[in-house]
Design a protein around this ligand. Structure first.
Ligand code: SF4
Ligand code: SF4
Length: 168
């Protein structure tokens, strides 16, 4: 009894003259190749040509600033708590008098690290953040030669100061 309808009957008849000289089979193969030459190519000439990202693509993280250039992160730890890969670590510090132009809240992240070798780019840290401080950008994670280079520190993640950029 047949288990599926996919079984094929093998033809064991002796080969005809045309089959013995292989020319028809070669011509058939070549016609398939030539047919593909004129079809739209599926390959992309990377890096000259780049594919558009999906609207839900999640790339390298950034730490955001507010309109005045102050760091938004208040080191609450919610992103680290939400992270299923335990990739985020931070150290909180108290804002001192005179630092109001640097940090938006009374508490800020003195250290903030993401281990990109652990990160699965799920975006849960972004969702958990109550201060709109951490975002996953559209930048593809670059490659590195050492494991330590995959540990991104606050300086690597923090976006440029908007006013300092303008004055350039
Ligand atoms: S994207 Fe996901 S895995 Fe990566 S740091 Fe954020 S919460 Fe953790
Ligand atoms: S990035 Fe957001 S969630 Fe994470 S510590 Fe800073 S404020 Fe809290």
């Amino acid at each position: 009894m047949k288990l599926t309808n996919r079984s094929a009957q093998i033809n064991r008849d002796p080969m005809t003259f045309g089959e013995k000289i292989y020319l028809p089979a070669i011509a058939k193969g070549l016609s398939i190749t030539v047919g593909h030459i004129f079809k739209k190519k599926a390959t992309v000439q990377y890096p000259e040509e780049k594919r558009p990202f999906s609207p839900v693509f999640r790339g390298l993280h950034i730490l955001n600033r507010d309109e005045q250039g102050r760091e938004r992160c208040t080191a609450c730890g919610l992103c680290a708590l939400a992270c299923p890969a335990e990739a985020i670590t931070m150290e909180a510090a108290e804002r001192k008098a005179g630092e109001e132009n640097l940090y938006r809240e009374e508490k800020y992240a003195a250290k903030y690290e993401i281990n990109m070798l652990r990160c699965i780019f799920c975006g849960l840290c972004e969702e958990a953040c109550p201060k709109d401080a951490v975002y996953l950008s559209e930048t593809v994670m670059p490659t590195h030669y050492s494991r330590s280079s995959f540990i991104y520190k606050k300086e690597d993640l923090l976006i440029a100061h908007p006013h300092k950029q303008e004055s350039k």
